[in-house]
Design a binder for this molecule. Structure first.
Ligand code: ATP
Ligand code: MG
Length: 269
């Protein structure tokens, strides 16, 4: 299973002005590809804390580190400076990224969205990448995303604007994600049980969890009061055949154990 860390970068996230929806969106998408997301962190627009997190992730051989935010033209967008520092590479103008930006600002100027197509300092800044980084075209906005490999970790930096991030991930990043995750997949199942007391379910689930370590099993209360019932969810990641089999086995053991304890599985919830 591919190990993933996500860093959501932006002061606006830490002062509570913006809700970090990027992490949630990425978690769902990557989980669906079979990723094991180990950690997700909110960070300010400051070089040191970002760089430290990147170094720690690379030191622990995380397969994929994704950052969101801080790729823009303003001076407070420091993500790429932090990446360069963490991996010990200088920042350099990337000519591919530069030509994409030139093209984008010409289009924007031609449609009257910006006054001029001139590549000023702030626009050029978005083409200054850690040396050796691969720019990834932004089909929605201006700032390109980047990919750079360091030690055993693939680092992908995405813009913070949710529409841009989604446009890149569902567009030009798709072939790379397919390469990284291969046949990885994720499946889940749920069982509803008519049981009013989670403390009765707990020891049953403990046994199933111990017997099926590759399946993540969790009970959740649904309705409270006399009609209390629980949803038991089984989640598994890996290649699709293996996880179907693991889920079949865990579900079968769970059903027979529930039956042995006279707990009904509700077919119509
Ligand atoms: P870019 O890298 O594209 O410049 P940025 O995050 O540096 O993005 P900002 O101006 O800070 O640029 O943010 C752009 C918009 O994206 C803002 O409205 C901000 O609130 C939103 N945004 C940034 N990060 C997130 C996030 N993690 N989840 C949801 N929205 C976000
Ligand atoms: Mg920002």
């Amino acid at each position: 299973m591919r190990r993933v860390i996500i860093l959501a970068i932006g002061n606006e996230l830490l002062i509570g002005e913006t809700l970090d929806t990027n992490t949630n969106w990425l978690c769902r998408l990557l989980n669906g590809l079979g990723a094991g997301i180990e950690r997700a962190v909110l960070l300010p627009d400051l070089i040191e804390p970002i760089s430290k997190e990147i170094q720690a992730a690379c030191d622990s051989s995380i397969d994929l580190l994704i950052t969101t935010g801080g790729l823009g033209p303003t001076d407070d967008d420091l993500t790429l400076t932090a990446v360069a520092q963490a991996i010990g590479r200088p920042l350099d103008r990337n000519e591919t990224a530069y030509s994409w930006l030139e093209e984008r600002y010409s289009e924007l100027a031609a449609s009257g969205f910006v006054a001029s197509a001139e590549m000023n300092q702030a626009r050029i800044k978005m083409a200054i990448l850690p040396t050796g980084a691969l720019p990834i075209k932004n089909p929605v906005g201006a700032a390109p995303a980047i990919e750079v490999v360091y030690k055993n970790t693939t680092i992908i930096c995405l813009p913070g604007v949710p529409g841009e991030l989604k446009g890149i991930v569902t567009g030009p990043l798709q072939p790379r994600l397919a390469e990284l995750f291969g046949a990885g997949s994720y499946q889940e199942r749920e069982l509803w049980v008519g049981c009013g007391d989670e403390s009765i379910l707990a020891p049953i689930l403990r046994e199933i969890i111990a017997a099926h370590p590759s399946v993540y099993i969790k009970s959740k209360a649904n309705k409270f009061g006399p009609e209390l019932r629980f949803k038991i969810k089984l989640h598994a990641r890996g290649d699709s055949l293996t996880i179907s089999k693991a889920l079949d086995e865990a579900e079968a053991t769970l059903r027979s154990s529930l039956a042995a304890h006279c707990i009904k599985v509700l077919e119509n919830r």
